[in-house]
Design a binder for this molecule. Structure first.
Ligand code: BGC
Length: 378
């Protein structure tokens, strides 16, 4: 079909006008929409948090997951910088915890077994001989209650889940609340709170996969990463910590100065071979201080930057080594090493290592931890 000049002009006008009209309608604030139903008929909602500069974060109450984070590059172009899906089906199907809330216990528990107050507990195994991210059905696959808690400070959504005593083998009824708030300075703040009625163990995190060039971009190997960690916890062949807390000095795990992810990822280092790349727990040198920069990631072509602040003592830095191009989402195909995670956390397998900071939560205690991801451009 041949288009007339006038027709072409009107098509161009439409293409320019539609996004403008849309953005005029969707100013800062919070929007809630239906996002489908789970196989057992539970309604899932998607919340869109938008700030005055146009940064937008989408969250669903299935797994309390972040499904999209749209931020500007240095030319003021918005892209989605996290791996995700725009349909619930993607999340209901097999996927490696895209954007999910992780609990009760983030990362691995060796053989799914630990002892607390003299009693042995067993978590169903889902990662070779170990339990990963809370066992076969973790918080990433639960339906959370959600409510709008926006305030003058900006749009916010609060998600709540009651994990019953014995769920996935963990003791105690655990009440967990996660609040996502978007500030004016392009800072996404995640507050975790929890209480229990029996002694239990807890390690909560968020499993967003970032690619600052835009989700679906080839790799993250050109991203420059800084991790404010003098030490890390080396792992065995099943990625369980050996119990040592080792200096990063002189190893390819030294990210104290900004370094390209790809610079050393394939070097002949025993730990990198075991992790198939970076998949390690970095011990933050200034643990627990929300005012101190814990990690920074910069992407040279877009100029996008993430700064991470946390009250947690450590970060699992994972370079998407198990992504293999079979999943296709918002941004395209999710290839090998096409994203990285900054999972702020306690150390993996802490319940089995008395030299690691404790992850035990007692009745009467209020658990609270905060992580902030602040986005900017260079
Ligand atoms: C783990 C990886 C794992 C990934 C997705 C990360 O937290 O450290 O080993 O493959 O989560 O499950």
């Amino acid at each position: 079909m041949k288009l007339s000049f006038a027709h072409s002009l009107s098509m161009i006008a439409l293409a320019v006008c539609v996004p403008l009209a849309w953005s005029a309608q969707s100013g800062p604030g919070l929007k809630k929409e239906d996002f489908g139903k789970t196989s057992d008929g539970k309604q899932i909602f998607r919340f869109t948090l938008k700030n005055p500069s146009g940064m937008e974060v989408k969250i669903i109450n299935y797994g309390a997951r972040i499904t999209s984070i749209k931020v500007m590059d240095r030319k003021r172009k918005f892209d989605d910088v996290v791996l995700g899906f725009d349909k619930l089906a993607g999340y209901l199907a097999e996927n490696p915890y895209f954007g999910a809330a992780i609990g009760r216990y983030g990362n691995r528990i060796a053989h799914g077994t630990f002892t607390l107050d003299g009693k042995e507990y067993h978590i169903p195994l889902n990662d070779g001989p170990n339990a990963l991210h809370g066992g076969t059905t973790g918080f990433d696959r639960r339906v959370w209650d959600a409510k709008d808690v926006s305030s003058a400070g900006g749009p916010a959504v609060e998600l709540h889940y009651l994990s019953p005593d014995g769920e996935m083998g963990f003791p105690g009824n655990l009440n967990v609340t996660i609040r996502y708030s978007l500030g004016d300075k392009n800072d996404l703040r995640i507050d975790y709170t929890a209480t229990t009625d029996k002694d239990t163990v807890l390690n909560l995190t968020n499993h967003s996969y970032f690619n600052l060039a835009g989700a679906g971009s080839e790799t993250v190997l050109t991203h420059r990463v800084m991790l404010a960690a003098d030490k890390f916890t080396p792992v065995d062949s099943t990625l369980i910590p050996t119990g040592k807390i080792q200096s990063v000095a002189g190893t390819p795990l030294d990210f104290r100065k900004p370094t390209r992810v790809g610079a050393r990822i394939d070097s002949k280092d025993e730990q990198l071979k075991l992790g198939k790349g970076y998949d390690h727990n970095f011990v933050l040198s200034r643990s627990g201080d929300l005012m101190v920069l814990a990690a920074k990631v910069e992407e040279p072509s877009s100029g996008r930057v993430i700064e991470c602040f946390t009250t947690e003592p450590a970060i699992q830095f994972y370079t998407g080594n198990f992504l293999d191009g079979t999943l296709h989402g918002n941004g395209g195909v999710y290839r090998h090493r096409s994203a990285l995670t900054l999972e702020t956390q306690h150390y993996p397998d802490s319940p089995n290592h008395s030299n690691f900071p404790t992850t035990v939560l007692h009745p009467g205690e209020d658990f609270h931890s905060t992580t902030i991801f602040r986005f900017s451009t260079e």
